[in-house]
Design a protein around this ligand. Structure first.
Ligand code: BV8
Length: 245
């Protein structure tokens, strides 16, 4: 099996895209499930730069509530996060997690090679000077930047709709070199992340696998798929991969 997807070598590099589904069993809501975040608030009201310009207090309240839900270790990584950290440490090739999630559960599980393409809940960015700083508490218009002292310019260091995701050049470089692309816990609704599998498929040698609770919007684009809760199917997949190394 290893030879099937290697680019001519036994331990190809692996790129893993994760979405909200991988954190669901840690107790964090997803976005588009029946009880998901977008069933309670509209994207246009809380997750666009226009919303922030129009109603900064409302957007801060949305992120303050989610940040509080993650504070103080209330939320822990689950077996799926831990399996990906194990894969990074035991796989002979490079393993990189590209997450759409803004929680810190991959880091807590021990993943080091990690790109938060949609930013991070526990960071703030100054709109005036661009300074990015760790931020675990509530944020509001009265807060000031500890680099340029400007007041009211702090925003969540999160990529909103209509904003360019982070580290895209690095991500496409990784996709161009990987021999295995894994997509875990994402509905495949949000671009450009949802387009990564097409980017990988252009190279015949790479293996594409979807691990999700149910088929995503892009399910037909994956050569292989397994469906079930992430805490069950992800550790099992990693175990098989490492057994065959
Ligand atoms: C941009 C941060 C361009 C905020 C988020 C085509 C090309 C390019 C862009 C677009 C395009 N078409 C449309 C666009 C615009 C837009 C977009 O994609 N819109 C969609 C709605 C159609 N994209 C953008 O705006 C992006 N920016 O393109 O910029 C540009 C170019 C030049 C210059 C400037 C800009 C920016 C998108 C990022 C937006 N920010 N989040 C926050 O988190 O508050 S997106 C948001 O959706 C989250 O990041 C989330 O992670 C992401 C994706 O959702 P999922 O993670 O997939 O979560 P979802 O609930 O949908 O699905 C969960 C899945 O898990 C389900 O499948 C479920 O079955 C599964 N699951 C549930 N439980 C389990 C499970 N699986 C396993 N186990 C379980 N237990």
């Amino acid at each position: 099996m290893i030879e099937d997807f290697a680019q001519g070598h036994r331990h190809p590099d692996i790129v893993i895209l994760t979405g909200a589904g991988i954190s669901r069993e840690s107790g964090l809501s997803t976005f588009r499930d029946a009880d998901g975040i977008w069933s309670k608030v509209r994207i246009e009201d809380v997750a666009t730069p226009e919303a922030f310009a129009r109603d900064p207090d409302g957007v801060h309240a949305f992120y303050n509530e989610r940040r509080r839900g993650m504070a103080g270790g209330a939320v822990a990584p689950n077996a799926a996060h831990e399996a990906l950290a194990r894969l990074e440490h035991e796989w002979p090739g490079a393993v990189t997690v590209v997450t759409q999630n803004i929680d810190d559960l991959h880091e807590k599980a021990g993943t080091g090679n990690l790109i938060h393409m949609h930013g991070e809940m526990l960071k703030a960015r100054c709109e005036d000077c661009g300074h990015v700083v760790h931020w675990a508490g509530d944020m509001g218009r009265g807060d000031s930047c500890d680099a340029c002292a400007s007041i009211g310019a702090m925003r969540p260091h999160v990529v909103w709709f209509g904003e360019m995701p982070l580290e895209m050049e690095r991500i496409y470089g990784l996709l161009d070199r990987c021999g295995l692309f894994l997509s875990i816990g994402t509905s495949g609704n949000v671009y450009p992340a949802a387009g990564f599998v097409q980017h990988v498929r252009r190279r015949r040698v790479a293996r594409t696998v979807e691990l999700n609770l149910e088929p995503s919007e892009g399910a037909s684009l994956f050569a292989e798929a397994e469906y079930g809760p992430a805490t069950e199917i992800v550790p099992a997949f990693v175990e098989r991969l490492l057994e065959g190394k």
